[in-house]
Design a protein around this ligand. Structure first.
Ligand code: ADP
Length: 352
């Protein structure tokens, strides 16, 4: 009772302490881990309830690898997808910005599913939501939970939701969510993945019933694999389709303009858009990258040395560069696959 209060209480104290978390003395913890844990402690120096009894290295992993303090994507960076942007703004961003208004009847769903072909901007939307709503963004690929974190997935999931609840408002983006919440394979389902799935659903249930400002976004290219329990929790389900012709034009212009390389006429741009029917946003990005190499390759072929090459040696990027890039970069989504998404959207998607 000498008046000395240690900044972090030891095992004998009544509060939660770093040493109680580790189960060992404070010395056993790396400095970086200690710092990370300390940052999550409240003003009283106590670790929030949700993080107690979690392994510090998992908390550190979530804070350093999964949490993104500055997702750095805005609506204006995303081409097209007006329907998705409108729905998301109303359903997610406003409630995160004004939780006082969005309660009772207006209380928002806490689970959003973005489905559609790969490379269409689902991850970008997740990041933009966090950016626009000034929320902390957590990104995890569900397949890494089942592959890289074998046997530890459950603990990591608890750490993820625990840290997110200390960093509210928060957006948890689970990529390839189908690999986590797929339909129960009646006999073959692995015990470990069943437990992981159960843990995940428990965590979701937890923040769904509480007042936490956490939004879970699941993204998938295989929505048909999700089971009924997953669909029930992901109340809003938005189809993120391939980019329209206008959106493709926007991507071309935007990427080239960033480097001061956009010199295409309107006719050339619309010709490229015609030829790129079926390309995803990410295919378009790869196409632009390849096309922008055209002038460089041509200058080198003329004999200019790479070490002496200057801007003046290179002509602007032209239609023919895109035409030859199209030989290299093919659309990555087949029309069969598109049919499956449209069917699923009709049956389970949020159409308005
Ligand atoms: P998904 O999560 O749907 O697989 P991403 O959001 O990761 O796809 O997109 C991959 C990349 O493709 C992005 O970094 C971006 O460069 C490009 N891209 C995809 N869709 C769009 C879009 N609608 N607008 C602008 N760029 C896009």
């Amino acid at each position: 009772r000498g008046g000395f209060v240690p900044p972090i209480r030891n095992n004998g104290g009544s509060g939660t302490t770093i040493s109680r978390v580790t189960g060992k003395g404070d010395d056993s913890m790396e400095d970086s881990t200690r710092k990370c844990i300390e940052m999550l402690c409240g003003p009283d120096g106590e670790l929030p309830e949700k993080l107690r009894n979690l392994e510090p290295r998992l908390i550190e992993h979530v804070s350093n690898e999964i949490m993104d303090r500055d997702p750095n994507v805005r609506w204006n960076d995303i081409a097209g997808l007006e329907h998705a942007k409108k729905c998301v703004t109303e359903m997610v961003i406003w409630p995160l910005l004004r939780p006082d208004i969005f309660r009772g009847c207006r209380s928002p769903g806490r689970g959003l599913l973005l489905f559609g072909p790969p490379g269409t901007g689902k991850t970008m939307i997740g990041k933009a939501i966090a950016g626009e709503a000034k929320a902390t963004f957590f990104y995890i690929s569900a397949s890494s939970l089942t592959s890289k974190w074998i046997g530890e997935g459950e603990k990591l999931v608890r750490a993820l939701f625990g840290v997110a609840s200390c960093r509210q408002p928060a957006v948890i983006f689970v990529d390839e969510i189908d690999s986590l919440l797929s339909q129960r394979k009646s006999d073959g389902e692995h015990e470990a993945s069943r437990r992981l799935k159960t843990q995940f659903l428990i965590e979701m249930e937890g923040f769904d019933s509480g007042n936490e400002q956490i939004l879970l976004i699941g993204a998938t290219n295989r929505p048909q694999e999700l089971d009924e329990a997953a669909r029930r929790r992901l109340t809003k389900r938005l189809y993120i389709p391939l980019p329209s012709s206008e959106a493709r034009a926007w991507i071309i212009r935007n990427l080239l303009e960033k480097d001061g390389l956009f010199m295409l006429s309107e006719e050339e741009t619309s010709e490229i858009c015609k030829l790129t029917e079926g390309y995803s946003g990410s295919d378009m990005k790869n196409l632009v990258k390849d096309a922008s190499m055209g002038p460089l390759r041509e200058a080198l072929q003329r004999g200019v040395e790479i070490t002496k090459l200057s801007k003046e040696d290179m002509r602007s990027v032209m239609l023919k560069d895109f035409e030859s890039a199209m030989q290299e970069v093919r659309p990555s989504v087949s029309s069969n696959e598109l049919g499956t998404y449209e069917e699923w959207n009709k049956q389970f998607g949020s159409l308005s």
